[in-house]
Design a protein around this ligand. Structure first.
Ligand code: NAD
Length: 277
């Protein structure tokens, strides 16, 4: 284990709900790389999801916390340090939810109370975690914080709704807090822009099945799955990425940089040929 890249590192993982969750895959990879970790999710998610199974199978502490509630975050950071025996070396923020998206409300007719909740859960929660961690000096020097985005933060994407705004704000918070925390404590803050991935959050979007196929065809290397994302996160947590901060890192098989692939042309060619028959 001494050669493992997270040997002796202490981590806090937000957002594992079930086996499909990106955070579940990240937690598992962190353990393989020698880290000691604490898992957290909301009380509801702990009751209704499968995170308890992961905690019990791996013997991990599991703490309830609503990531929008500053008092709960304060307690969580304190307890995590007590359980792990020191300052936190890395945090994964894999937290998102949009009721507007889940209820299929069109973007021009969203419910504003839901919209505020989307931003609070999916974006401001990261600000709150970092702000409290900074005030309480909860993260070790050169610690690493990683959160997760999606390319719809930068481009219009049909059906992604207020989550596009939430991801744009989240990316901005990464840059701003990354600068402040970096100067203060050399803490790194980065965001991984991940391919479409089949999870509870991902599949709550109606058009996911079509989009998944579309991005697979338009990515030179193909979609990145949750395990690929976990590898990137673990590398970002490690000391190999000590000077990488405030970055959006695209783990998307090249999708974000691609206009056209041979696969897409071939599928159009086939559908044109069918019409000609
Ligand atoms: N699945 C995809 O296609 C995809 C693509 C790019 C980025 N992402 C991002 O990855 C992250 C993880 O999502 P996932 O796809 O693994 O889905 P998921 O549904 O497994 O995870 C979302 C998590 O957010 C948690 N959560 C919701 N409200 C919370 C709150 N108030 N406090 C604390 N936790 C709360 C949920 O309980 C759940 O565990 C999200 O930020 C998501 O937007 C997902």
């Amino acid at each position: 284990m001494a050669n493992a890249i997270l040997h002796k590192k202490r981590g806090l993982i937000f957002g594992a709900l079930d086996e499909r969750s990106i955070a579940w895959h990240v937690a598992t990879r962190c353990l393989e790389e020698g880290a000691d970790i604490v898992l957290t999710n909301t009380g509801n998610a702990i009751e209704l999801g499968e995170i308890r199974k992961l905690a019990e199978a791996k013997g991990l502490p599991l703490l309830a916390c609503d990531a929008t509630d500053v008092n709960q975050i304060r307690v969580l950071l304190k307890k995590t340090q007590e359980l792990l025996g020191g300052k936190i070396d890395f945090i994964l923020h894999a937290v998102a939810q949009s009721v507007n998206l889940r209820r299929h409300l069109p973007y021009e007719r969203v419910n504003y109370e839901y919209f505020k909740r989307t931003l609070d859960i999916s974006s401001l929660s990261l600000h709150k975690i970092l702000s409290i961690a900074m005030a309480e000096d909860a993260i070790a020097e050169y610690g690493s914080v990683v959160t997760l985005s999606f390319i719809a933060s930068e481009r219009f994407m049909y059906g992604y709704n207020d989550m596009s705004d939430a991801k744009a704000l989240l990316e901005s918070i990464v840059r701003q807090m990354g600068a402040v925390y970096g100067e203060k404590k050399k803490v790194r803050v980065n965001i991984v822009s991940q391919s479409a991935t089949h999870t509870k959050a991902g599949d709550s979007w109606d058009e996911m099945e079509y989009f998944y196929k579309y991005t697979e065809d338009l990515s030179p290397i193909g979609n990145a799955d949750a395990d690929d994302c976990a590898d990137v996160c673990v590398t970002l947590f490690s000391d190999f990425m000590k000077k990488v901060t405030m970055q959006t890192i695209y783990n998307d098989g090249g999708f974000g940089r691609t206009m056209l692939t041979e696969k897409v042309i071939n599928s159009y060619r086939k559908s044109f040929e069918r019409k000609d028959d």
